[in-house]
Design a protein around this ligand. Structure first.
Ligand code: ADP
Length: 365
């Protein structure tokens, strides 16, 4: 059986309140009334109705003000404004704000019924879609927990055991076996990286990032990032050149995420480079923005592929890239992090010459 909907009629005109109530009660709704905006608002707070009929012109708190307050209490409460012919413009104005519909006086019981039914259907759909959204979010959260605990932890312990074997702590290992175990270890590294990237992606999507925003110094974050990447650059015989400002104004953001974004971009600049190549990291200022440019002398990206590099799991397939491990999630993560900071990212590239990523982030006000 359908639950009885509650409707409040807020109107200073007694005849209007009575006639609406009569129709609503006859149709099986629970009808309440209020003679002005203040009493109406109190009743809305106490009862949390499904729908409110509001006269736009009332002494004291007007319908427009009431609409805004209802929106703050519960945006799912449907507001329908009642208006005279002379104030039809204000009815339109009310709908632009948060009213769902309007009834022009005088109206028949059937016109009232149609508007009420339409409003209640709209509320039902809004509540249902919010429920589905919540369910989807929960499923995603559960999945993230499952992946992180059920997949990452056992993989990390397998990796640990492999290292013990490789180091010879579990007994002597023949060189052929060592070779095979080392290869297995690399595959596990790749899987762990994939899981970490995927978890990072979910973390950014859940919107938790902005909660940790604080004033940040991009030069400090970049310097810390570069320190971590020096061994990789050395191993690949790539030189890192720095062009960092001494006193760059502060930005606002989440340190760890920004570090992650710079790590992804600079490590790409190293990995997709050539022996003897360079990666130049520069900072700059443009009006209200700060800029970070990461420019490499590597293999470059063709124009066709450039359109797709920010898409999840996209990787360029070529002779040069086939030996480079990656999940195809690095750049989508960077883009989301930068956009969560109200910034933007641009890329320019030439095959065989190199690639430049330019990030713009707002200065701290
Ligand atoms: P991956 O984990 O594969 O590196 P990314 O999302 O970071 O994933 O990058 C997507 C693809 O874009 C890479 O597979 C690579 O082909 C290309 N790419 C990214 N950065 C560069 C770069 N600096 N130079 C050349 N190619 C790049």
């Amino acid at each position: 059986m359908r639950e009885q909907a509650t409707i409040i009629v807020i109107d200073d005109e007694k005849a209007m309140r009575d006639s609406c109530c009569q129709v609503l009660t006859k149709d099986g709704y629970r009808a309440e009334t209020a003679i002005n905006g203040d009493i109406g608002l109190q009743k809305i707070r106490d009862i949390k109705p499904d729908l409110v009929l509001i006269d736009l012109k009332m002494p004291g708190m007007g319908g427009m003000e009431l609409l805004e307050k209802i929106e703050d209490i519960d945006p799912n409460i449907i507001s329908v404004v009642i208006t005279g012919y002379a104030t039809i413009e204000s009815a339109v104005e009310a709908m632009k704000r948060s009213a769902y519909d309007f009834l022009a006086k005088p109206f028949t019981p059937d016109q009232l019924r149609i508007v009420i039914e339409r409003g209640l259907e709209r509320r039902r759909l809004a509540i249902e879609s919010a429920r589905l959204r919540r369910e989807k979010e929960m499923m995603k959260e559960n999945f993230v927990t499952l992946v992180s605990h059920q997949l990452r932890s056992p993989l990390a312990s397998v990796k640990q055991s492999i290292l013990v074997i490789l180091e010879g702590f579990a007994g002597e290992v023949a060189s052929k076996q060592k070779e095979m175990i080392a290869r297995a270890s690399k595959h596990i590294d790749f899987l762990l990286q994939l899981i970490n990237d995927w978890l990072n992606m979910s973390r950014i999507e859940s919107g938790n990032l902005t909660k940790k925003f604080e004033p940040v110094d991009l030069v400090v974050i970049l310097s810390e990032t570069l320190q971590l990447l020096t061994p990789l650059a050395d191993a690949r015989k790539v030189t890192i050149e720095l062009n960092l400002h001494d006193s760059l104004p502060m930005a606002v953001g989440d340190r760890e995420s920004l570090k992650q974004a710079f790590t992804n971009l600079i490590s790409n600049g190293i990995n997709y480079n050539r022996e003897g190549g360079t990666v130049t990291v520069s900072t700059g200022e443009e009006d209200n923005d700060l800029t970070v440019e990461i420019c490499d002398t590597g293999i470059g990206i063709s124009e066709d592929n450039l359109h797709f590099i920010f898409e999840e799991f996209f990787r360029v397939k070529s002779k040069e890239t086939q030996w480079i491990n990656g999940s195809g999630l690095g750049l989508p993560i960077v883009k989301r992090i930068i956009e969560a900071h109200n910034g933007s990212i641009r890329v320019a590239s030439k095959v065989g010459k190199g690639t430049t990523f330019c990030i713009t982030l707002p200065k701290k006000r």
